[in-house]
Design a binder for this molecule. Structure first.
Ligand SMILES: *Cc1c(COP(=O)(O)O)cnc(C)c1O
Length: 429
């Protein structure tokens, strides 16, 4: 007799107490999806009809968020495809605490409306005393769009041909800036631009001079660029997009500009990131001259780029709190990394421990090599580990799968070991 006739109907499976509880937690949609997938497997003969409910339970997502937590074993600290910065526990707690109703825009003492996100803004201002004003928007690109719209729509932005960068996924800063109605006035050449080039372009149409840190590439050889101090006397604001969220100089990252030094050099406005190098939530930080920041803050577009209370809470916790996972990963002691890797390799006959190089990622400090160690296993494991629970993402290099534990919490080492062991000696079959 055809066992496929015995496959239980969705409503019948949904009466399973475990799935009823899951539907309360996750909503009915994801639970029905899991049931339908299990029914399909039963129809294909991969599963006994009695096993449908169990299979659906096993396939349920861990959370209702739709995004799966992943172990980042790539050795790329700020991996764009993996959501860049991993938040600190303090930031996670802050997000949970802010997730209900909060005083985000209410002064509890007076009962009046208050400046949105004032705690995070005050902490940011305190972290960069050279800034007369601060404002926060959704991301770095939003900060650029706001500055271009409020200060240069219908007018010109002067920018060096050496700083017309593509930031990733086909998005280019020149296109982004022109989408605001500002015109780009390109000066200099790809490799050399002088202060005179900028001075010659300044005129009544100038909105501002834009300096962009070429975060994700380096030009070498016969090159020169005008520094900010050489551009501050031209009678127009200098806006500096530093790319990352480095607020003060960091000896580990000598080639990365920071917000405080850039302001002291004379920039009227600095655009920085909430997550790149700062290790917080994705956000665009605008710091600088109080008058300029106020113009941005009062522009109608500011309302469309307004940050959510969850971002503000996480940003505050990141700025005020203990060191972030990003900070830790950038400074991870290679000896400790090697020790953890050797322990895993000692349990895996096909694994080797190899010296490797980790990088900052997220379009930052492209030349910085972080000495690291990796577990090297056959590349056939890449797919099985990506499909493990939780998914483990490494990188394939010279025909091997490398797993760099730098960004993996030590408590997850055994999960990785277990997933490799479970995949067996021949993970493809
Ligand atoms: C990353 C980056 C941006 C965009 O920032 P997002 O937060 O990703 O929107 C803009 N400019 C530079 C120089 C960058 O490196």
């Amino acid at each position: 007799m055809d066992r496929r006739r015995e496959i239980p109907r969705t409503d019948a499976v949904l009466s399973d107490t475990r799935l009823r509880a899951a539907a309360e937690r996750l909503g009915r949609g994801p639970v029905k999806d899991a049931i339908r997938a299990a029914q399909a497997r039963a129809r294909a003969g991969e599963l006994d009809p009695e096993g449908v409910a169990d299979a659906a339970v096993a396939a349920l997502p861990a959370t209702a968020g739709g995004l799966r937590p992943v172990l980042n074993a790539t050795g790329v600290v700020l991996h764009t495809n993996l959501g860049r910065a991993a938040l600190s526990p303090a930031a996670v707690d802050a997000i949970i605490a802010a997730s209900g109703n909060t005083d985000v825009e209410l002064d509890l003492e007076t009962g009046r409306r208050a400046r949105r996100g004032r705690t995070a803004l005050a902490t940011l201002a305190g972290a960069v005393p050279a800034a007369g004003g601060v404002h926060v928007v959704n991301n770095g690109a939003a900060a650029l769009v706001l500055a271009a719209t409020a200060l240069a729509a219908g007018r010109e932005i002067i920018v060096s041909r050496g700083e017309m960068v593509e930031i990733g996924d086909g998005f280019r800063l020149p296109d982004l800036l022109e989408s605001t109605g500002a015109r780009l006035r390109e000066v200099g050449t790809t490799n050399r631009t002088s202060a005179k080039d900028y001075a010659a372009a300044v005129g009544p149409q100038t909105g501002f001079i834009l300096k962009v840190h070429p975060s994700n590439f380096v030009v070498r050889g016969f090159t020169s660029a005008a520094g900010i101090p050489a551009l501050t006397g031209l009678g127009v604001p200098v806006v500096a997009d530093i790319g990352s969220g480095l607020l003060a100089p960091d000896p580990l990252l000598p080639d990365e500009p920071d917000a405080a030094s850039t302001l002291r050099a004379g920039a009227g406005l600095v655009i920085a990131s909430g997550d790149k190098l700062l290790g917080g939530p994705q956000a665009g930080l605008l710091l600088g001259d109080a008058g300029l920041v106020e113009r941005l803050r009062r522009h109608p577009l500011a309302r469309a780029l307004r940050v959510d209370k969850l971002t503000l809470a996480a940003l505050q916790a990141t700025l005020a709190g203990p060191v972030t996972p990003t900070w830790r990963a950038l400074r991870y002691d290679p000896a400790e990394l090697r020790e953890r890797t050797v322990r895993l390799a000692s349990r895996l006959p096909m694994a080797e421990v190899v010296a490797s190089v980790a990088v900052v990622g997220g379009g930052g400090a492209p030349e910085l090599e972080l000495p690291s160690w990796s577990l090297s296993i056959p590349p056939a494991y890449a797919v099985v580990l990506r499909l493990a629970d939780p998914p483990i993402v490494g990188r394939v290099e010279r025909g091997r799968l490398l797993l760099d534990l730098r960004c993996v919490p030590p408590s997850a080492d055994d999960l990785i070991l277990g997933a490799i062991v479970a995949a067996g000696d021949r993970p493809c079959t």
